[in-house]
Design a protein around this ligand. Structure first.
Ligand SMILES: Cc1ncc(COP(=O)(O)O)c(C=O)c1O
Length: 414
């Protein structure tokens, strides 16, 4: 059989060396550079094995016990395991593990709670919110009537008085708490009381701090918010995907908003990976890991700040450190390019009241989840902070590349 004919039993390397080579290059890229991208992490080998299993072939539209396809007896058990573990991990009454992503989880939650053309109030993207919290170019901005709150220019924090004022003025059906670059703990009880005052439902999107919250290292919105959405691949350290938590009372609405509302067949291989990740997160070692993630982020923020960089909100309660580069005289895009040249993956990010456009920005968003997974602790974080300080000052990235490469070699990925 010639090499370009399909043979379903051949290995990827034998069947398709082109793709195999690209994936090997990605492995090499990840292991020889360091990700400080706040939304990334490295999941375990066990999670990756589950995600590449044959259950990827299985159609399982519906929910355990009520499927539109035969042969779902194993899929039912996998999904039940994932949702039971998710509910236990967060202390929630019900979990829906089917959302393909955080964006679909939010779409389903908003459709369930607000209905099409309903009113939503969320944090603006440029203030640290997420696209799916009402940005005009996302489904949320197209399907709902949107109003947005920001953060205080003076200290970068959410201004609850502004949230209340906007909520009273616009009477949203859904108030959203959570964001993508907000480094501080959120007062969910205060949000819930504002929601109650105006008859809104509270949606907490914990995509970023999910792992810290699961481990009890940050305060949880479960039992306070009506619905909680998240991604499973950031601090939670699972496979790429989404998760929704809610009460028994809201569950029916949520389940039908996910399927058939927002999606067709669930990605059973990803759900198997989620089950493994939730199992890992239920181990005591996960709490120790999340504590290190938070301590590393605090140490990173302190060292950058003590050496002259402005940190939005002055520090962090989570894995996120948002650096305001305006006084340093360098843009987010320039700092990102220098960091990449030194082997650090980071991303440029808007800061509160940023005068620069989104492809340039005045900020750098850093996160410690992936470096901590590689085993890095306070001494390595100090070295990384010094690399970032040097790069912002304009030192040659080549010089710092050696430090980063040595750290990567000493602390391999799982
Ligand atoms: C707060 C928040 N919600 C939702 C999402 C969307 O997740 P996904 O990229 O899986 O669609 C993200 C992703 O970065 C996020 O930060």
């Amino acid at each position: 059989m010639s090499s370009n004919q399909a043979n379903p039993s051949r290995s990827l390397r034998d069947q398709d060396p082109e793709v195999a080579n690209l994936l090997e290059r990605e492995d090499a890229r990840q292991s020889s550079t360091l990700t400080l991208i706040a939304s990334e992490n490295h999941c375990s080998q066990a999670v990756r094995e589950a995600c590449s299993s044959r259950i990827t072939d299985k159609y399982a539209e519906g929910y355990p016990g009520k499927r539109y396809y035969g042969g779902c007896e194993v899929a039912d058990q996998v999904e039940d395991l994932a949702r039971t573990r998710a509910a236990k991990l967060f202390g929630a009454e019900e979990a829906n593990v089917q959302p393909h992503s955080g964006s679909t989880a939010n779409l389903a939650a908003m459709v369930a709670l607000a209905g099409p053309n309903g009113r939503i109030l969320g944090m603006a993207l440029k203030a640290g919110g997420h696209l799916t919290h009402g940005h005009q170019k996302s489904h949320s901005g197209m399907l709902f009537s949107v109003h947005q709150y920001g953060v205080r220019g003076a200290d970068g924090r959410i201004d609850l008085d502004e949230v209340r004022k906007l909520a009273k003025e616009h009477q949203p059906h859904v108030l959203i708490a959570g964001g993508s670059s907000y480094p501080r703990a959120i007062d969910y009880a205060a949000f819930a009381s504002i929601a109650k005052e105006v008859g809104a439902k509270l949606l907490a999107d914990i995509a970023h701090p999910a792992g810290l919250i699961a481990a009890g290292v940050m305060p949880s919105p479960v039992g306070i918010a009506d619905v909680v959405t998240m991604t499973t691949h950031k601090t939670l350290r699972g496979p790429r995907g989404g998760l929704i938590l809610c009460s028994k009372e809201t569950a029916k609405l949520i389940h039908s908003a996910v399927f058939p509302g927002a999606q067709g067949g669930p990605l059973m291989h990803q759900i198997a990976g989620k089950a493994v990740a939730f199992g890992e997160a239920l181990q005591p070692s996960f709490r120790a890991y999340q504590t290190r993630v938070r301590d590393n982020a605090a140490a990173l923020a302190n060292r950058l700040r003590d050496n002259g960089l402005d940190i939005v909100t002055g520090g962090t309660d989570s894995h996120i450190v948002l650096v305001d580069l305006r006084k340093a005289g360098v843009t987010g895009a320039e700092a990102e390019a220098r960091a990449l040249a030194a082997g650090l993956s980071v991303n440029k990010n808007a800061v509160p009241e940023d005068p620069l456009p989104p492809m340039v920005t005045s900020g750098l968003r850093l996160g410690t989840a992936a470096a901590t997974t590689r085993g890095m602790g306070l001494p390595q974080i100090a070295q990384l902070a010094d690399v970032i300080l040097g790069l912002v000052r304009g030192e040659d990235p080549e010089r710092h590349r050696k430090t980063v490469a040595a750290l990567c070699a000493e602390f391999p990925m799982p």
